[in-house]
Design a protein around this ligand. Structure first.
Ligand code: SF4
Length: 369
């Protein structure tokens, strides 16, 4: 289990090692074809900041050779904001007195039909809070069966589950799981996740082993930028990704770096990552792992997404609503996070095409299941 590997690395020592990297370490990392985590640490370090143009060029070349000029398109569908957890940065926090909505299957069907009218999406990300009695495995199984006739590729971003539950959902068409560890800082993890199943660090971090053992086609990972030192957190994630690739090599992987905004859930991020730092991190990950899918959501602004599309990003959401029932109506439910790119999927696709890239709506077929 990855928790045992993680415990071999001291958080503060890792932070110190990153900050001690030099220009020579960066140049050494940039001269290699296959990078170690130590090299990755050099590329995300402050010492690499003057090398961002070189990194952008290298990241672009690798991305072009592995993915071509394509951007995979996906759209989230929020099915429930009911949650027993109390993540301090989230508007769906159990303690928040908001209207709780869990979509009926008829409502799920209506959302699917509304999404299909927005664009030829085939990659659907089903998102839910964590409230096992309301939106647990039984409910998700029915949601997957309801959504399956509309979309070829079904991914969920929900509570971590047992291996046998993942297997059960794979049997009804589940293709991928996205799960954010949020932070790998074990010592401070409960400051942000004080109650519910999400407060159990090992259950969450070892969920990726359970996903891999269940044979999922794709696993998505991420840390929430704005909780702990981002450089240390992404280094731990790089170690995690390397571990998963070694142990579950049939699975494909994607990564995402959601940045906390100051207003979300009333939580003030400990640090604000600049666009330049996010670009540096994106280039570093591409140079470290040539095949990982790097995803930018509609949290990011249109101009930044357009620039990064040519330099390392390989998938994007578009037209996103982040509240349950958001595609059919304007519901009386809080958005989980604020969207920065409000353009329609057609507008986003048009821009991708104008930049010489191809929006890919379908990269998986139900027949492969
Ligand atoms: S981040 Fe997820 S688990 Fe945490 S409160 Fe929000 S919906 Fe619940």
């Amino acid at each position: 289990m990855f928790s045992e590997i993680l415990d071999r690395f001291d958080w503060n020592q890792t932070t110190d090692e990153i900050n001690a990297k030099t220009a020579t370490d960066v140049e050494n990392a940039l001269s290699k074809e296959i990078l170690s985590v130590d090299d990755f640490m050099a590329l995300i370090s402050p010492a690499a900041e003057p090398y961002i143009e070189v990194m952008a060029h290298k990241s672009r070349q690798i991305t072009l050779s592995r993915f071509g000029k394509t951007i995979s398109m996906y759209i989230p569908m929020y099915v429930s904001n009911a949650c027993t957890n109390a993540c301090v940065y989230c508007g769906f926090n159990h303690a928040n007195p908001i209207t709780r909505v869990t979509l009926s299957l008829d409502q799920v069907r209506a959302e699917c039909e509304a999404i299909r009218k927005l664009g030829p999406f085939e990659n659907l990300l089903i998102v839910s809070g964590e409230f096992p009695a309301l939106n647990g495995v039984d409910y998700l199984e029915k949601v997957l069966l309801t959504a399956r006739p509309y979309f070829n590729n079904l991914t969920i971003e929900v509570m971590p589950m047992k291996q046998r539950d993942y297997e059960r959902l794979i049997n009804v068409g589940l293709n991928g799981v996205v799960c954010f560890q949020e932070t790998y800082n074990r010592q401070n993890y409960n400051k942000y996740h004080p109650r519910g199943m999400k407060s159990i660090f090992d259950w969450r971090v070892n969920g990726f082993d359970r996903m891999g053992a269940a044979g999922l086609h794709k696993i998505g990972m991420g840390v929430l930028i704005g909780l702990e030192d981002w450089r240390t957190d992404v280094t731990m994630m790089a170690r995690h990704l390397q571990y998963l690739r070694k142990n579950y090599w049939r699975t494909r992987y994607s990564i995402n770096f959601p940045r906390l905004c100051p207003a979300e859930g009333g939580y003030i991020p400990s640090e604000i990552m600049t666009d330049r730092q996010l670009a540096q991190l994106t280039f570093a990950f591409r140079i470290f792992d040539h095949d990982v899918d790097i995803s930018y959501s509609t949290r990011e602004k249109p101009t930044f997404r357009a620039n990064m599309m040519k330099l390392g990003v390989t998938s994007m959401s578009a037209g996103s609503k982040t509240e349950p029932g958001g595609y059919v109506s304007t519901p009386d439910a809080l958005e989980q996070f604020e969207v920065s790119d409000h353009r329609s999927p057609t507008e986003v696709a048009r821009e991708i095409t104008s930049l010489g890239y191809e929006p890919v709506w379908k990269d998986w077929d139900k027949a492969f299941d």
